[in-house]
Design a protein around this ligand. Structure first.
Ligand code: ADP
Ligand code: MG
Length: 242
């Protein structure tokens, strides 16, 4: 699924700073964060609520720009690119999954998964390639147990099913890296465990590089490595000490 170009940093941030204006002052959320995801690795980012986990993930996913520092993909700086090139990277190299699924309510499961491919192509190219795209989307939904739900709208799906559609949507572009922000946060424990198993399998079986944000230590332990955000900085976590 992912093309791991050997080992080495795939996605990294260097000296990232990010603050938000609030009231009269500034809230310094990230105060010089360094973080590296190697190709094929699976890293969990933990930290208390409000520690800046989502802020960091959004910066890595090019949904926001840092105040200082750099984001690099396979060694090339990507945070300062023009908007169109950032959009393009988000549509090709980076897949994102959120706690609240963010599916489009008027589209079916299949259409939601196809959406990133539709926006990528012009109309003519879409007409030419859509049959193959539909096959890809269908087989992804099949893989996640939704083969019988292709025409369901989000409101006709359970939370776990919506999240599996969202994961299929994140993967349909064949990203190099998956960024997941509390993907089981809205789900009951058993459903969340199924989603987590699916994410782990994407790393173990498919070699997909993954950053998983969670406040839950038992979830974080499914990753190969854990880093903690605290006081605006990253610290490595010794797994045996958790
Ligand atoms: P986490 O995901 O670890 O819970 P966030 O990254 O969402 O933390 O938020 C970190 C801090 O930044 C919080 O105190 C939050 O209130 C604040 N924050 C996040 N986004 C914004 C924003 N767009 N504007 C102002 N403050 C924000
Ligand atoms: Mg968050």
């Amino acid at each position: 699924m992912s093309e791991s170009h050997g080992r080495g940093p795939l996605l990294s941030v260097h000296g990232i700073r990010k603050g938000y204006r609030s009231g009269g002052g500034t809230l310094d959320v990230l105060r010089g964060v360094d973080f590296t995801l190697d190709a094929g690795d699976f890293v969990a980012v933990v930290g208390q609520s409000g520690s800046g986990k989502s802020t960091l993930l959004h910066l890595m996913g090019l949904l926001d720009v840092p105040d200082a520092g750099e984001v690099r993909l396979a060694g090339s700086r990507i945070d300062h690119l023009p908007a169109a090139r950032r959009d393009r990277l988000r549509n090709t190299a980076i897949g994102m999954v959120f706690q609240a699924y963010h599916l489009l309510p008027e589209l079916t499961a299949l259409e939601n998964v196809l959406a990133p491919l539709m926006v990528r192509h012009g109309v003519l190219e879409w007409l030419r390639t859509s049959a193959a795209a539909r096959d890809t989307a269908r087989s992804l939904l099949d893989r996640f147990g939704l083969g019988e739900r292709l025409r369901h709208k989000p409101r006709q799906l359970s939370g776990g099913e919506m999240q599996r559609v969202a994961i299929a949507r994140a993967l349909v572009t064949r990203p190099q890296v998956l960024l997941a922000d509390e993907p089981t946060g809205n789900l009951d424990e058993a459903t969340g465990a199924g989603i987590l198993d699916a994410i782990c399998e994407l790393n173990r079986r498919d070699g997909l590089s993954i950053v998983l944000v969670t406040h839950d230590a038992s979830i974080a332990h499914r990753a190969n490595r854990i880093v903690r955000l605290a006081a605006g900085r990253v610290e490595q976590v010794d797994p045996s000490a958790e």
